[in-house]
Design a binder for this molecule. Sequence first.
Ligand code: GLA
Length: 386
Amino acid sequence: MSPARRAIAAFTRLHGDAPSGVWSAPGRVNLIGEHTDYNDGFVLPFALPHRTAVAASTRDDGQLHVATVGDDGVVQQAAPVRVADLEPGAVGGWAAYPAGVAWVLREQGLTGGANLVIAGDVPAGAGLSSSHALECAVALALLGLAERPADDLPRIARWVQRAENDFVGAPTGLLDQTASLCCAEAHVLFLDVRSFKAEQVPFDAAEHGLEVLVIDTRASHSHTDGGYGARRAGCEKAASILGVPALRDVDVSELDDALARLPEELRPLARHVVTENERVLAAVELLRAGRLAELGPLLDGSHASLRDDYKVSAPELDVAVDAAKAAGALGARMTGGGFGGSAIALVPVERHDEVVRRVLAAFAGRGWTTPRTFTAVPSAGAGRDH
Ligand code: GLA
C-alpha cells in the first residue's frame, strides 16, 4: 500500500473520519555537490520514488496531534501539544520534526491546531533525507489546511531549514528540503544555492544503459552530534580569513593562493568545497551534452575529496564504493552528509547483479549488517496527493 493510502487508512481509524487532504514529499539522493550548500555553492540532487505522506485535518482546540503508522499498520502517537506552546526543546524524538515545522509556520500566522497522520517509505537514518521528506510534507499539509498558497518553494525551503536548525537542532543547509520540494521526474535539479537559480536537467540513465544504484550501508549517522557543525564552522572561518562571504567565492584558479593564506587545519575543508563546486559544474556540462557515461571520474573525485579532505566518509561507505567499482561501476561516491548512510554508484545495467553481489560479499566478509540496495529513478517532488 502506498504511504498516502496507509496514512488515509490510519487517519480514518484514529479520528473516525477521512482527512481533509493528503500531502507527500520525497527523499533524495545528491548526484554530486556535497557540503557545498551551506557554502553558497552548487548541488545536483534528484528525488527518490520513496515518499512520506501526511494525512491531515484541522482541529479547533489549537492542539497538534501527530501520529505515525508503520508498514505493519502499528500506530505511534506523540503527546498532544498546543501550537501556542511550541518552543525549541519542548518536543523531542521524531515528533520534533513536525512540531518544528508547526513552530516556524506559527510565525507566519498559522496558529490553528491539526491532526496529522504520517506514513512513509523513505529509509530512515540512511542519509536519504527522510527527515526533510517528513518536514516538507508537514509544511505543505499545514499550508494546505490553512488555505495558504504553497507556490513559493524557496521560501518554504527556508522555513523548513529554520525548523531543522532552530527547533530540531541540526545545523544543516538547504540541499535536502529544496530537493524534496523542487525536484521533477526524470530530471536532476541543478541549484545555485546562493541565488536559488534552479535548472531542471534531464537525467535518463536507462537510456544510456546505466543506473544509479543506491547502497544504504545501514551504518547510522546523525547531523546533531557535532561533526557536521564543526565542518560548517570551519568553512565559515576559512571564508572570513579569506575576506569572502562564503567559500563559493573562491575560484578554483585562485585555490593555491587561498590555501596558502589559511591555517593548516582549514586547508582541506576549503580545498574540498572549491573543487566540489567545480565538479558539479563539470557534471552539469556532461549531462547537458548527454555524456552520462563520463560522470564516473567526477563521482570518484568527489568521494576521495569527502573521504580524505572533508573527512566525512565512514569505513562502510569506503568499502561500498570500492567494491562497487571493483565490480564494474563507472564511478561511486557517498551521498548526503556522510558519517554513515548511503553511497551511490553509476552502474552499467548489465553489471547490476555483480555489483550488488560484490558489495554484499564485502560487507559479509567483515561481519557487517547487510546493506540495502535499490536502483534510484528521478521522481516527482512534493505535492498534494488527495
Ligand atoms: C545533509 C544536510 C544538507 C547538506 C548535506 C551535505 O544532508 O542536510 O544540507 O549539507 O548533508 O551535502
